[in-house]
Design a protein. Structure first.
Length: 368
């Protein structure tokens, strides 16, 4: 009962410790990325990350949708395989071939899931150059390869600069421009060629792309695991540390989406982040999990506590019925979490909050 997938391939680029202000502030060095956002071909958000804001628990949250604990902070130094349900497991189970390059934490958390990979260690913080070159050098081959459906890249250099000299280091802007150039290279290789006229994809009324037999395009997602303080530190719960970035780039997104609500053509959804001076919308980082699951026709991981991001379900891709079905699937999955997770049951671990019961009642009646 999963809705028809809208994309054939995914490129997920993680820039470690990339604070949201590095992209959204007026004097950002990310000129190409900002230009795509302003054109309407991308949708950008401040993705609020939960503490502890270190890499391992944030990767777990980004891929499973679960809530990390401070035990995960300790595990950051001796990563081991994740046994809970996650997006990589669902992708692998569905037959999607995945390639990975970057922080080798991924290879420890998800061993044997990537059929081609090259990891880099995250603990040589004095290396701000080769650690990223060892990721980028694979792009020449991978961007023309047709044997993968998911390509994941995790860049560490910006995080290392922060640890060495802080967020205002003279090395920071050149590194941001380097990341912007990588984004431009990937966008022009995998997104731009798929930017077909909508009348080639839509039905006669131009409502959306609903033909499952049509070759589907690539979705490019740029995100960070967490932010950093001005001193370059992270791990805590300050605004700077929890302000991560989440950007979706798709040939399906157009300037028309600025005034179109998800699944409802012609309605206003208040999208405002195309305006250079506007504040970007804020979402919860774990919303990436159900969003990608539903866009690719995959089951949402069992313990995900994320809510899908409506703005990436525009009427150019999803009918009203499909969007409502996506919300229904997400609400049913969240209801199962509330009904079975120890955090919300009568147990010593249960959260001391009166909000769980009304939320469960709301999710129970949501499908009706």
């Amino acid at each position: 009962n999963i809705i028809v997938p809208k994309y054939e391939r995914l490129v997920l680029m993680v820039v470690d410790a990339f604070r949201s202000s590095f992209l959204f502030k007026n004097d950002s060095s990310m000129h190409f990325t900002k230009s795509v956002l302003q054109s309407g071909r991308a949708k950008g958000f401040v993705a609020r990350a939960a503490p502890p804001t270190v890499t391992l628990p944030r990767i777990k949250a980004l891929m499973s949708g679960g809530l990390p604990s401070f035990m995960d902070f300790m595990a950051n130094f001796f990563s081991s395989e994740i046994t809970e349900d996650s997006l990589p497991y669902q992708m692998h189970a569905s037959g999607l071939k995945m390639a990975f390059y970057g922080d080798d934490t991924w290879l420890k958390l998800f061993p044997d899931l990537f059929y081609r990979h090259d990891g880099t260690t995250s603990f040589f913080v004095s290396d701000t150059v080769e650690v990223d070159h060892n990721v980028t050098r694979h792009l020449a081959r991978e961007l023309v390869s047709e044997d993968w459906q998911v390509l994941i890249l995790h860049y560490l250099g910006l995080d290392h600069i922060g640890h060495l000299a802080g967020a205002n280091s003279p090395l920071m802007r050149p590194k941001q421009r380097e990341m912007d150039a990588v984004i431009e290279r990937i966008y022009k290789a995998v997104v731009l060629p798929d930017t077909y006229p909508l009348d080639q994809w839509g039905d006669v009324e131009g409502v959306g792309i609903h033909n499952a037999t049509i070759e589907k395009p690539t979705l490019f997602v740029v995100c960070s695991d967490h932010g950093m303080t001005d001193a370059g530190n992270h791990g805590g719960s300050s605004d700077a540390e929890t302000s991560a970035v989440l950007v979706f780039m798709s040939p399906f997104f157009t300037s028309h989406d600025r005034t179109a609500s998800p699944g409802v053509e012609g309605a206003d959804c208040g999208e405002g982040n195309h305006d250079e001076d506007a504040e970007p919308k804020e979402v919860i980082q774990t919303g990436l999990v159900p969003t990608l699951s539903l866009l690719f026709g995959l089951p949402i991981p069992l313990n995900s506590m994320g809510a899908l991001i409506p703005d990436v379900f525009p009427p150019t891709t999803h009918t009203r019925e499909e969007f409502l079905r996506a919300l229904e699937i997400n609400s049913m999955q969240l209801r199962r979490v509330l009904q079975t997770h120890p955090l919300f049951l009568d147990s010593p671990r249960a959260l001391p909050t009166p909000r769980a019961a009304p939320l469960l009642a709301l999710l129970t009646t949501a499908p009706d």
